[in-house]
Ligand binder design. Structure first.
Ligand SMILES: Nc1nc2c(ncn2[C@@H]2O[C@H](COP(=O)(O)OP(=O)(O)OP(=O)(O)O)[C@@H](O)[C@H]2O)c(=O)[nH]1
Ligand SMILES: [Mg+2]
Length: 222
């Protein structure tokens, strides 16, 4: 079984080694490749390249110096997929790579598996997260955690997908693409741990932008 793993990175020099080490350890039995799409201003891509080389991890590492956005990074990652199965995961160890194999196994009878987490956020993010979830439910009808950073899917279904969402609502665009095409979506419960090192890229303003992007996604792109 072959698995391509898309990892968007933005200044993750403090966590990238732990992430790659854990990934390699958890996926000993399968043929996998990491596809890191990096927009960092620190040395994340250099550290990642070196670690992959010395530890024999198949990799594609693309550094973009004049572009940003998790959504557009994932979109570029989608274009690089060659394996039958693909995953998207964050590099900050909030989503443990130990879940990947079980989730990929579920693709035998499904097309997209979404991880569901129980977040333990500061109160303001809890509140904004709740409002956002209600908004997603209202305009897309999705009554689940769409923003979880760990997903696996069959590559063949995303061949023609070109994500328009440059930033944080790309998850909903991706899920909606599977949904619109009547593909089978299923869920996998995970334990989620908050970031231990490095900095969050999510700011209070991000949430406001997300509401705007979501309306745009629904009424302009769909
Ligand atoms: N390539 C790229 N990756 C990004 C960008 N912004 C965030 N990321 C990556 O996307 C992943 C999620 O970003 P986080 O800042 O952890 O977002 P989050 O998990 O919602 O927020 P926290 O819970 O506070 O960590 C991480 O691997 C980031 O490095 C970006 O502009 N470009
Ligand atoms: Mg994070």
């Amino acid at each position: 079984m072959k698995l391509d793993i898309i990892v968007p990175t933005y200044n993750e020099s403090e966590s990238i080694i732990e992430f790659l080490k854990t990934l390699k350890n958890e996926l000993k039995k399968i043929d996998f490749k990491v596809i890191i799409i990096d927009d960092s201003t620190d040395n994340t891509p250099i550290i990642a390249k070196k670690y992959c080389k010395t530890n024999n991890i198949k990799n594609i590492i693309i550094h973009r110096s004049n572009e940003k956005g998790k959504g557009s990074a994932v979109n570029l990652g989608l274009k690089k997929l060659t394996a039958d199965y693909a995953a998207i995961i964050d590099a900050d160890m909030e989503y443990h790579p130990k879940y990947l194999l079980s989730m990929v196994k579920m693709l035998k009878n499904n097309d997209l598996i979404l991880s569901l987490r129980k977040r333990n956020d500061p109160i303001y993010r809890k509140f904004l997260g709740y409002c956002f979830k209600q908004f997603v439910k209202l305009i897309f009808g999705f009554n689940f955690d769409t923003q979880s950073g760990l997903k696996v899917f069959k590559t063949k279904f995303v061949k023609n997908l070109d994500l328009k969402s440059k930033n944080w609502v790309f998850d909903i665009e991706l899920i909606n693409y599977f949904y619109k095409n009547n593909l089978k979506i299923n869920f996998y419960n995970i334990n989620y741990t908050t970031r231990k090192c490095g900095k969050s890229k999510v700011k209070v303003l991000t949430s406001i932008q997300m509401f705007k992007d979501l309306i745009f996604l629904k009424f302009k792109n769909n």
